[in-house]
Design a protein around this ligand. Structure first.
Ligand SMILES: [Zn+2]
Ligand SMILES: [Zn+2]
Length: 292
């Protein structure tokens, strides 16, 4: 199957030494986002953002825009609650400091996947200053609706798979989320696929299970329930990723130009926010409550 790809490769970003911030409060001095990578060199930042901005201005597909926006959000090395603050105090003002079509594109791409930070407000400011919108603005504003929301269970209860597809303007795309109930119900991986590859994605889930001697049974889920389960998996994985060190998020895409786990997780969280809020509270970490 051909997974969703942003279609072109970007050079791996240069690695820098990073300190481990307190995920709850800290805005890191140096993280892997373009603003921190450039340090106090405004020319380096402008050059870096011009590349991402030019990438964004060259694409038409709103999903590609969201993947690039997600990779930027994922590049901010702050876990949990500190993310929105780190974005709003670090990357976003750095981007908004230049009034160019590239900056506006970057701000809109970030706002598309993380609307709690100030990217939307800054984008509006640039627009009012006369910066023209990128061509994909309208396509991006079409509402996203869930289609298939499914849970694959297996008899031992050790693992599960969530499969969710979402549509915008007749175009759909999906996520396959592997979950380990033996590991705090954490997400093991996320695969994004285009709507036309749904059958192959379903087959992949079944065949992956068979290889491990597992027979999955599929059931449709209530949207709020899907959100609860996926949120539990993403949150548990994030806790684990941040336990030892700052996860190495690279440039957000693998060598084939497909979104890596961290980029996919940011985009999946944006999708979960279109689903109704669960009525039950978030699961406490490590309860290993299983698939229910
Ligand atoms: Zn940063
Ligand atoms: Zn755990």
């Amino acid at each position: 199957m051909s997974p969703v790809s942003r279609g072109r490769k970007k050079a791996k970003s240069s690695r820098i030494i990073r300190r481990v911030p307190d995920p709850a409060t800290a805005v890191p001095d140096v993280c892997d986002c373009p603003a921190c990578r450039a340090g106090s060199d405004p020319e380096a930042l402008a050059a870096d953002l011009a590349v991402t901005g030019a990438d964004l201005l060259a694409v038409e597909d709103p999903l590609t825009v969201e993947m690039l926006g997600s990779s930027l959000v994922a590049s901010v090395d702050v876990g949990g609650e500190g993310l929105v603050e780190a974005l709003s105090e670090g990357l976003i003002p750095a981007v908004a400091a230049t009034s160019t079509p590239e900056s506006l594109a970057v701000l809109l791409a970030i706002a598309a996947v993380e609307n709690r930070a100030t990217a939307g407000a800054e984008a509006q400011r640039l627009r009012e200053a006369g910066v023209p919108d990128p061509g994909w603005v309208e396509a991006l504003s079409d509402p996203v609706k869930p289609e298939i929301l499914r849970l694959y269970r297996e008899p031992t209860g050790e693992s599960a798979v969530l499969l969710g597809t979402f549509a915008r303007a007749g175009q759909s795309h999906g996520f396959v989320i592997g979950i380990s109930h033996l590991d705090c119900d954490a997400a093991t991986d996320i695969l994004m696929f285009p709507g036309e590859s749904l059958e192959q994605a379903e087959q992949l889930v079944v065949e992956d299970g068979q290889r491990s001697g597992i027979t999955f049974t599929a059931e449709d889920m209530e949207p709020a329930d899907f959100r609860w389960q996926a949120d539990r998996a993403l949150t548990a994985r994030a806790v684990h990723d941040w336990e030892d060190s700052v996860p190495d998020t690279g440039d957000g895409f693998d060598e084939n130009g497909q979104p890596d786990y961290y980029t996919s997780a940011v985009l999946l969280r944006a999708r979960l926010r279109v689903l109704p809020e669960p009525t039950r509270p978030p699961a406490p970490h490590g309860s290993s409550a299983g698939p229910a």
